[in-house]
Design a protein around this ligand. Structure first.
Ligand code: G6P
Length: 611
């Protein structure tokens, strides 16, 4: 969602703040702002701009400000439209400035109370109540900023990562975390704060991860952390700079770069986790064996693209591990009355490891009698990994494009490894496991071959650019693949796209089919191919335009009405991974033709850290 950067130094911090915001822009991008305090003049100055960070950079160039203490923010609107007045930092008089990620649920009640005390609100945001509340607490009790935050926090309901500065305490910033990630960057004679260490890669490689409920006071040469009012210590972690990964290189967009990285990152996700014949179970960590030994059912919870990875895993668990599996959307799961069957493993899937609903589901699951909680995640230091019993990291590297691509296929690889580990305990014999492992060893090359269809897909994409709707069809595990294809298309090209299990066609969606409705079918040469062909004939008979991603040996060549993308033969178990690739490329090329902002689609954010 939104991004926070803060800095306190002897030097001017404007450059640090702006560079940090640029690095965080992938999270949210409808407006940006900063506030700085200049130690010479003592003035608190703010600048804000609607749109991308570049707009704020231009504004700073036109109206230079400087300061040795500053906070900055990129916003993704929740309460109130994107506008300068709703952009952070929010002020109380010209004394306090605050940036916030998350949602303050009781903001109406606090707003009324503060209006009653004479505070004037300049924005429609929930955040603004916090800055006035801190002002009020300081005024009432004549205390400093740290004490004010400690006293005010219990009054806030909801989720927050916040950072606040005060003009007459120009030597410190105070931060608090509950439900929204925050790190402190440790420098030499200067310190920093951010919602993601990526923002600070240019100034430090040493970080302190704040835990839930932590409050910290950061000065140039000290960092004091409190759990409530009790001072505590948190370890410093060294993280190597990931600057290279946030360059687009020869590619026009991060999304395309990330699509093309898939053979390499799939290899990385497999590396050290499989031998010639087995999954190396130790990769799941020391605690995993005792937990896996008890599992005879799996509950998966995730959001968005990660949820689709869960839906595919259900087929693998049934086929390979002969195990039942339930897959739920996190925002739904977290509010249900969940009944846990004995022997159930709880699995979350998340690229970021910070998705609010997935984290809340994990926290709910901590109270329930699961045999263990496993996170399949791309960020080693994320809240999800830290709060789970064990984890398997996807080695996708930093994913910047909002539309998830390489994170999804590496999640599938990790989940296939999990299915094999559970299968081994439930009757999967050594030879069968070895056959799956042989298939996995081939996967990076097969993905490469799927990428070689790029130009053919680009040519097809021309036929989508003027369409308003599209229908994606698949059967069995290809149905979630079709869902992922539809999600990609709608996310970045804004074409309304729906996915259906092909067998459901007659129960409604066939009524939508005419010559203006492109229908995209996912057709590997599996045991459901015959059934799928029957469904496609129904579409063809109604004048529907068919685009079929098919195994080259699936016998579609004689179908004159069908436009084909041919893929090489793929082992059945790997088909969901490989058939995803052409769908990613299709959505990318359609978006390019439509001229949308591929890496930053409107209204969306990379990491959804609010409910
Ligand atoms: C957002 C992103 C999606 C992602 C989803 C879940 O909606 O735009 O790409 O799939 O969040 O995110 P997670 O980090 O939990 O996988």
């Amino acid at each position: 969602m939104c991004g926070i950067v803060g800095a306190i130094a002897q030097r001017d911090v404007i450059g640090i703040l702006l560079e940090g915001l640029k690095r965080l822009e992938y999270r949210g991008y409808d407006s940006a702002g900063l506030a700085v305090i200049d130690s010479e003049s003592g003035d608190l100055q703010t600048l804000k701009a609607v749109g991308k960070v570049k707009k704020l950079v231009d504004k700073v160039a036109a109206h230079p400000v400087k300061g040795q203490l500053g906070i900055a923010h990129t916003r993704w609107a929740t309460h109130g439209v994107p506008s300068e007045s709703n952009a952070h930092p929010h002020l109380s008089d010209t004394e306090f400035a605050l940036v916030h990620n998350g949602i303050i649920e009781n903001h109406n009640e606090l707003r009324n109370e503060l209006i009653g005390k004479g505070y004037r609100f300049a924005s429609e945001t929930d955040t603004e109540v916090v800055v006035h509340l801190l002002h009020e607490v300081c005024k009432q009790q004549d205390i400093d900023l740290l004490q004010a935050v400690q006293l005010a926090i219990p009054r806030l309901h909801g989720a927050y990562g916040l950072c606040v500065i005060r003009a007459n305490e120009p030597d410190r910033m105070v931060v608090a975390r509950s439900g929204s990630p925050l790190v402190i960057g440790v420098g030499i004679g200067e310190n920093f704060v951010a919602s993601d260490p990526l923002a600070l890669g240019q100034v430090t490689d040493r970080f302190i991860y704040l835990e839930e409920g932590d409050i910290a006071e950061v000065t140039r040469d000290s960092i004091r952390i409190f759990a409530g009012t009790e001072e505590i210590k948190r370890p410093i972690t060294r993280i190597k700079s990931e600057i290279d990964e946030i360059e687009k290189g020869e590619f026009g967009h991060f999304m395309l770069k990330e699509i093309y990285e898939q053979p390499r990152v799939i290899k990385n996700t497999l590396s050290g986790r499989i031998s010639d014949r087995h999954v190396l179970e130790e990769a799941f960590g020391v605690k995993s064996k005792a937990i896996f030994d008890q599992v005879d059912n799996v509950q998966i919870v995730a959001c968005g693209t990660s949820f689709h990875a869960g839906l595919i895993t259900k087929y693998w668990l049934e086929n390979i591990a002969k195990m039942p599996c339930q897959v739920d959307i996190a925002s739904d799961y977290r509010y249900r009355n969940i009944i846990v069957r004995p022997g159930t493993l709880f699995v979350t899937i998340s690229q970021s490891g910070e998705t609010a609903d997935t984290l809340a589901a994990l926290r709910y699951a901590q109270e329930l009698p699961y045999v263990g909680r496993l996170a399949i995640c791309n960020v080693a230091t994320s809240s999800l990994v830290r709060e789970s019993d064990f984890s398997l990291l996807t080695m996708a590297g930093r994913e910047i494009g909002v539309a998830s691509t390489k994170a999804f296929t590496t999640q599938l690889v990790a989940l296939l490894l999990m299915s094999l580990v559970l299968g081994r305990r439930n009757g999967l014999d050594e030879e069968s496991e070895a056959a799956y492992i042989r298939d996995l060893h081939q996967l990076p090359d097969i993905v490469d071959k799927a990428l070689a269809q790029d130009q053919a897909i680009q040519r097809l994409s021309i036929q989508f650019a003027d369409k308003h709707h599209a229908l994606f069809l698949g059967r069995g595990p290809q149905y979630p693949v079709a869902k992922e294809g539809a999600l990609k298309l709608k996310e970045i090209s804004y074409i309304h796209a729906e996915a259906y299990p092909a067998g459901e066609l007659k129960h409604g969606p066939l009524a939508l089919v005419d010559d203006k409705m492109p229908v995209i079918a996912v057709a590997p040469n599996d045991e459901l191919l015959g059934k799928l062909k029957g469904n496609l004939a129904e579409v063809s008979a109604r004048g529907g335009k068919l685009f079929v991603i098919a195994d080259e040996s699936a016998g579609f060549d004689d179908e004159v009405d069908y436009q084909l993308v041919r893929l090489p033969p793929v082992p059945e178990v790997l088909a969901p991974i490989v058939y995803t690739i052409p769908l990613q490329l299709l959505s990318y090329h359609v978006a390019i033709l439509k001229g949308t902002d591929v890496d930053h689609p409107r209204n969306l954010a990379k990491s959804v850290t609010v409910e």
